[in-house]
Structures are given as structure tokens and as C-alpha cells.
Design a protein around this ligand. Structure first.
Ligand SMILES: *Cc1c(COP(=O)(O)O)cnc(C)c1O
Length: 398
């Protein structure tokens, strides 16, 4: 698909979030583009030129749908990128990227802390099913990253801040090592979001963002995006993974995420501020064993995060309580307003314990192995959030 000209290119992200990808509806003049719930589109009269694996021609929903394409314009604009592909979930986007780039015998280097499905894909699926050489490393140890990259290394995948420990990885440093050795770099940017971090500007080749989270922001739709300036590879991803594997987004989900994305920078601005306040409060609260948030000066990744993140440090904190798994569960259940559920980046705050029996617990730094909780800060009043945490801590005797 050719690069789309975005007439709002020169504008700030707040303006882009409002104006890019929308237009008057041609049929009615409505000031919003419609939701097109169709899985087929009218074919041209002359079929001789039609390529049925094409994603340019609106023909069949798996080859692309109108609402998907409008959302792709928006997501590319939020990242200041030439192209974006929107698929059915964040994991669908990660898989589409890995599936397209990696062949049997290639090496991929991936982080010891990452989204669960990335761990699953590389720890037990791509290696065993497809003979991809998958190597896990601690991405904060640049010497270890250097040692892991061999001439057969195709891709280095990183996640920063990472899920669930909120650790920070040096994008520019990893890009330098990878590119010197002929490997590509992909960055899962879901936690930072494009308001705070643009990995392509730091040299990364691909970004993945789980739109389900901050960009949609309302907890009511699932989607994921791959963002890149490498138009040739993006077309291969469309052909190999979108059309022929099929993790396409429904028009309705694309429409919902498009709608949510209009207020994305505004929400993120508030979330950055509130999260900083909550992190600072947690850090001084007794019986909190640690707080991991790059915005805290005490955080080992703070100076690096200051360099590679702008505006703020995102909406997720991980922290520890001096408590066992059962007591941590009771703490979550005692919260009156904060929602006890998985996911993150919603309008409401979401809390989720990471139990000590998690199979990956030993991959995390020592302090994360007891009483570990992931907390996504929402749009509520930060004082109300803090008061809710405080009353639940008191309720469990901490
Ligand atoms: C949620 C998440 C994903 C996956 O997104 P889904 O839409 O749930 O498939 C990927 N990476 C990170 C960092 C996430 O938090």
C-alpha cells in the first residue's frame, strides 16, 4: 500500500488525534465517517486487474476494511510514521510481525521480561514448531545482548517499559548493537504509548502497540497495530499475515478504537500526572516493599527514561506488599472503587496481582517475587485512587 499523504502532518499530536483519518461522509455530508459493517465491497466491472490477495482494493474484509484503513491513518499519525497496520489484537499484531520476519533457522533475541504471549511464542511455539532459534536475554545487560546476537540473528524484540515489571530498556543502545550486526529491532510500545515514546525516532524498525490499552482507552474494544517506515516489509506483513493468516480487526472494533483515540493525548497527559502522584505516595507508604515506575528518581531506569520518554512515564506502576499471595488477593478485593481485573490503559484504574506461583516469577528481579501487584492508573481523581489504596491496605492490616 502506498504511503498515504496526511494533510495534518505538520500539526501537534493533540490536533492529529482529532483530525487525522476523519472527514465528511461523502454520501451524506455527516461530519463523521460512518461505520461500514460490510464484509464485501462492490468489485470493479473489469476484473482482469484484480489481485485477490491485495490489500489496496476494498474487496473483502480480510483484505482490509474502510474503518481499519481510517484507524491506520490515525495510528501512523500518532507515531509520526509512514504506515501502520491494524489487526484484531495486540498479540495478533505481534504474531503477524514475527510470522512475517522469521523463518526456520533464523535467530530472534527477546527479553526475559515481556508480555506473556511473547514469552509463549518464543519460549515454546516458534522454536518448537518452526525451528526458530529463540534466545532470551536481560535487555538491560548490553554485553549479554551483544553476545546473543549472531550472524543469523534476524530480529531483536524489546518491550519498554515492560509488562509486568515496568522495567526500562535503552532503545537507542539496542538499535545500535542490532543494526551493527544486521538485525532488525521491534519495540512493544504499549506501556509508554506514542504520547510518551516514539521508538521509530530512536532508530527502531518496527513498533507494536496494543490499541486495546491506552489508544482505545475505554476498555471496550480489542485491537493492535504494527507501525513502521519500512513500506516494503509492511506490504509483506499485509500479504503474508493479514490476508493469509487472517487476524483482521472487525470494522466495529476499528470504529470504537478510532473514537477512543480522539482523546488519547488528553487522557495520557492526565494519566502521566496521576500515575506520578500515586507512585510517589506508594513509595513513602509503609509496608510497600518496592515501587517500580520510571518517573521516580529512585528508579534505576529513571535517567534513561528521561532521555527516551517525553511528557511523562505512562500509566502503569508495579509495586510490592509485605504480604503473601492470599493477602494480596484480599487487598485487591477490599478496594472499593479501583477495579480488580486484568488489562490496563482503561478509563478506570485496574489492579491485578502477579502471584508468586507464576511460572516466570524467577525471570524477574528478586524483589518482584513476593507480594507483586500491577496497577494501571485511570482517569479518576488521583486523591480518590490514593484513598482507596490506603483504606484497602488498612483493611488487611498493613
Ligand atoms: C496487552 C498487551 C499486549 C497484547 O494486547 P492484546 O490486545 O491483549 O492482544 C501486548 N503487549 C503489551 C505490553 C500489552 O500490555
Amino acid at each position: 500500500m502506498a504511503k498515504k499523504q496526511n494533510p495534518f502532518n505538520e500539526y501537534d499530536i493533540f490536533t492529529q488525534a482529532v483530525h487525522t483519518g476523519t472527514d465528511y461522509d461523502e454520501g451524506t455530508g455527516a461530519v463523521r465517517r460512518p461505520l461500514h459493517m460490510a464484509n464485501s465491497y462492490k468489485l470493479p466491472d473489469d476484473l482482469s486487474q484484480v489481485n485477490y490477495s491485495s490489500t489496496d482494493l476494498l474487496m473483502y474484509s480480510r483484505n482490509g476494511n474502510a474503518n481499519q484503513h481510517w484507524l491506520e491513518e490515525k495510528v501512523a499519525a500518532l507515531y509520526g510514521a509512514d504506515d501502520a497496520i491494524v489487526l484484531a489484537s495486540g498479540v495478533g499484531a505481534l504474531h503477524a510481525l514475527f510470522w512475517t520476519l522469521l523463518s526456520s533457522g533464523d535467530r530472534v533475541v527477546y527479553p526475559n521480561v515481556s508480555y506473556m504471549a511473547v514469552y509463549r511464542m518464543f519460549h515454546e511455539l516458534f522454536n518448537k514448531k518452526f525451528n526458530v532459534d529463540t534466545v532470551m536475554v536481560d535487555m538491560t545487560d548490553l554485553e549479554a545482548v551483544k553476545r546473543a546476537i549472531t550472524p543469523g540473528t534476524k530480529l531483536v524484540h524489546i518491550e519498554t517499559p515492560d509488562n509486568p515489571t515496568v522495567g526500562v530498556t535503552d532503545i537507542e543502545a539496542i538499535v545500535k548493537i542490532a543494526h551493527e550486526n544486521g538485525a532488525l529491532v521491534s519495540v512493544d510500545n504499549t506501556f509508554a504509548s506514542p504520547y510518551n515514546q516514539r521508538p521509530l525516532d530512536l532508530g527502531a524498525d518496527f513498533v507494536v502497540d496494543a490499541l486495546t490499552k491506552f489508544i482505545n482507552g475505554h476498555g471496550d474494544a480489542q485491537g493492535g497495530a504494527i507501525i513502521s517506515n519500512d513500506l516494503e516489509t509492511m506490504d509483506r506483513i499485509r500479504y503474508e499475515a493479514q490476508v493469509n493468516v487472517g487476524a483482521v480487526i472487525s470494522p466495529f472494533n476499528a470504529w470504537q478504537i478510532f473514537r477512543g483515540s480522539v482523546t488519547f493525548p488528553l487522557r495520557m497527559q492526565r494519566i502521566n500526572e496521576s500515575t506520578q502522584k500515586v507512585a510517589e505516595w506508594l513509595e513513602q507508604r509503609e509496608n510497600v516493599t518496592f515501587v517500580s515506575y520510571p518517573g521516580l528518581p529512585s528508579n534505576p531506569g529513571h535517567e534513561l527514561a528521561k532521555r527516551q520518554m517525553k511528557h511523562g512515564y505512562g500509566g502503569v506502576i508495579s509495586f510490592g506488599l509485605a504480604a503473601d499471595d492470599k493477602t494480596v488477593e484480599r487487598f485487591c478485593a477490599e478496594l472499593k472503587m479501583i477495579t480488580f481485573a486484568v488489562s490496563l490503559g482503561h478509563d478506570e484504574s485496574l489492579i491485578f496481582p502477579q502471584p508468586s506461583y507464576d511460572e516466570r516469577i524467577n525471570l524477574y528481579p528478586e524483589k518482584f517475587r513476593k507480594g507483586f501487584i500491577r496497577f494501571s492508573i485511570g482517569l479518576e481523581d488521583p486523591e480518590d485512587i490514593i484513598n482507596d489504596l490506603d483504606q484497602a491496605l488498612q483493611a488487611i492490616g498493613l
